[in-house]
Design a protein. Structure first.
Length: 434
């Protein structure tokens, strides 16, 4: 427990990169005999870890071929005739790209930020006096919907897979790629519809019509030229991978095997080179910290720490007569504790398992606790200027001040909680999660 708490503290305070902290943690666990070397390294053989690595490499293909930017500009050209529709166009582009980008920073920052920034300039909106013309809305809207698409797909952001693994290790509850999508689909859809309208009303962009944006997108597409061979092959592999992921419950194909087959296809088709694979730092960084954290989490279960925590939480909540208000309090605490944490990964590592245990000890149905808190781990990151990787990128663009960012971030978090607990609650009841 001491090693695990020290690791969490390091992930929150970040005196070193998170990969370095995890390496130190598993080294201490092995050297002290707390875990055997095989146990300390067991997380690196987990299939979920390699699913995330493969998804990072798929994302590399999107960026390297330019397919991600092309999709964004195609959507903007088709739907960007007004500022609000432009917000929805960028939302659609993020949603299309999300299943293959387990880094919301890569998706929002690497692929879509340059698009949003150039569109804002095209509409005469720059940081400062003209920020309110359109840029403030477009920037903050893309940042917020990126967190919803992170919650929508199991491969939308790396901590999702870690939480699925923790749920399987600690509770024996297994979540598939399609099972995650099915549970998140309706509340995410409602959020993706409501958030642009809410932010349009709150931020009141001065520019209402944006024919120039569609023209700008058309010019960028013309500059890119026709679909390249690499883009076509990337699109084919991406669609095929999504198809096999979505039908895995009927075909029996393991999602990690499908993802690795997709990477093999990209290498064989020369969409990616081996140098591209070696150069994808995000994938190998995720392998180090994700695999190590799984080893530590497995150790907590193996040595009885998780059971002890569950017993303590159960006795602490034993006086409550109904699980519903208690679960609502657990969700609220989980969401708003992110004001004190600057990483979705650190949040999931530190609080996901204890929050699940607290919820279950109240009598909350296990599937509901596992899924709702996993979704909340993405939705909670929109409240501050430091809550997740894209936060400093979009805030640093200078279109929205810090006070406004925190105010509107809080209002969006309230809207998301209402949508996911009310609409989602009815949807999950229909699906039999509770």
């Amino acid at each position: 427990m001491a090693i695990f708490i020290a690791t969490i503290t390091g992930l929150v305070l970040q005196p070193l990169p998170q990969g370095a902290i995890v390496i130190a943690a598993i080294a201490v666990a092995a050297i002290t005999g707390t875990l055997s070397p095989a146990e300390a390294l067991s997380g690196y053989s987990d299939s979920t870890v390699w699913l995330i690595v493969a998804a990072f490499l798929l994302c590399r293909g999107f960026i390297a071929t330019g397919l991600g930017r092309r999709i964004a500009f195609l959507v903007v050209r088709a739907f960007g005739s007004s500022t609000l529709r432009l917000g929805y166009a960028l939302t659609l582009a993020d949603t299309i790209i999300a299943p293959a980008t387990p880094s919301n920073t890569a998706r929002a920052g690497g692929i879509l930020f340059p698009v949003v920034r150039s569109l804002s300039s095209c509409l005469g909106s720059e940081p400062g006096q003209t920020a309110g013309r359109a840029g403030a809305f477009l920037m903050f809207n893309e940042f917020q919907v990126n967190l919803v698409t992170s919650a929508l797909f199991l491969t939308g952001v790396a901590p999702n897979a870690m939480m699925v693994r923790l749920a399987g290790e600690s509770f024996g509850y297994q979540v598939t790629w399609f099972g995650w999508l099915r549970a998140a689909f309706l509340p995410a859809l409602v959020s993706l519809i409501i958030i642009p309208i809410l932010l349009y009303w709150l931020l009141k962009p001065e520019v209402k019509r944006t024919e120039d944006a569609a023209g700008h997108a058309a010019r960028e597409l013309a500059r890119m030229g026709p679909l390249s061979r690499g883009e076509g092959r990337m699109l084919l592999v991406f669609v095929g991978t999504l198809g096999f992921w979505a039908t895995g419950q009927w075909t029996g194909l393991n999602p990690t095997a499908v993802a690795l087959a997709g990477i093999a296809a990209l290498l064989t088709l020369r969409v990616l080179s081996w140098e591209d694979v070696l150069g994808e730092r995000g994938a190998w960084d995720a392998l180090i910290w994700f695999g190590g954290l799984l080893s530590l989490a497995s150790g907590l279960g193996r040595l009885g720490v998780a059971d002890a925590m569950a017993s303590a939480l159960k006795s602490g909540f034993s006086g409550m007569s109904s699980w519903v208000p208690g679960f609502a309090l657990v969700v609220l605490a989980y969401v708003y504790s992110h004001y004190f944490i600057a990483s979705m990964t650190a949040h999931a590592t530190a609080l996901y398992l204890p929050a699940c245990m607290a919820a279950v000890s109240l009598g909350t149905p296990l599937p509901l606790a596992v899924m709702v808190l996993a979704f909340a781990n993405s939705l909670n990151a929109g409240t501050t200027t430091y809550g997740t990787g894209p936060s400093p990128i979009y805030f640093g663009a200078g279109y929205l001040g810090q006070a406004a960012w925190w105010k509107y971030g809080f209002l969006v978090s309230v809207a998301n909680l209402a949508i996911w607990l009310i609409v989602g609650g009815a949807w999950w009841r229909l699906l039999g999660l509770w």
